[in-house]
Design a protein around this ligand. Structure first.
Ligand SMILES: Cc1cc2nc3c(=O)[nH]c(=O)nc-3n(C[C@H](O)[C@H](O)[C@H](O)COP(=O)(O)O)c2cc1C
Length: 202
């Protein structure tokens, strides 16, 4: 069964980024696609190259979740024009182990101005890890698009998230090159950085 891993970059209990992922989860569930929530990025120890082979159980679980997933959706706040340190730290653990290599990934950011810097930074860094970033979406002023419990209720935002899910489905079902090129063009990342698809096993 197809499985999509959801990664939240926010550690806040009531989080707009988690609320976006809730909409993503609902949509995939309607489409009978399994989703799983990744380990809490706040529980991942500080990255240390010396420990790359013996990283401890949280990182081992995180890597296993990524191996098991067919696609990944990340939603992250933007802090001072960058992604949170906890999220970057978690992603640093998988550069060498390469679980994201050629995997379809979508990036969202809910934040005051829609997390444009956070998205550009994520798209660049994930591409450097070999991920195929096929979609991105910024949601500005997310609290104005939520109900009192923090759930996203704005129909236009829900439509945009469903469009993002559609792009992931396209990537899962066929060549993703055009989707990746569009995403990288927005982020100002050269297409020469797109990881070539793995060759079929001999
Ligand atoms: C320390 C700090 C720095 C922030 N810097 C930015 C920023 O540079 N750009 C932006 O759009 N929002 C910024 N914000 C707003 C957050 O992105 C916004 O509160 C977001 O909704 C938090 O995500 P969450 O609700 O998922 O935790 C900042 C918030 C904090 C607490």
């Amino acid at each position: 069964m197809t499985s999509v891993l959801l990664i939240c970059g926010s550690l806040q209990k009531v989080s707009s980024n988690r609320a976006l992922l809730d909409v993503v989860r609902t949509r995939f569930t309607e489409l009978r696609i399994e989703t799983a929530e990744s380990v809490d990025v706040g529980s991942v120890p500080a990255f240390n190259v010396d420990r790359a082979e013996t990283p401890g159980s949280v990182v081992v679980d995180f890597r296993a979740q990524l191996v098991h997933s067919d696609a990944v959706v990340l939603s992250s706040p933007e802090y001072a024009a960058a992604i949170p340190g906890a999220l970057k730290n978690a992603l640093d653990w998988i550069v060498g182990s390469a679980e994201l290599y050629t995997k379809p990934v979508a990036v969202l950011s809910a934040g005051t101005t829609g997390g444009e810097h956070a998205r550009r930074q994520l798209i660049r860094s994930l591409t450097w890890q070999g991920a195929h970033v096929v979609a991105h979406l910024g949601v500005a002023a997310p609290r104005t698009k939520s109900d009192q419990a923090g759930r996203i209720v704005d129909p236009a935002t829900i439509d945009e998230i469903e469009d993002l899910v559609d792009r992931i489905l396209l990537a899962l079902n066929g060549p993703a090159k055009e989707l990746v090129e569009q995403t990288l063009a927005w982020a100002g990342v050269g297409v020469e950085h797109i990881a070539p698809a793995r060759l079929p096993e001999a």
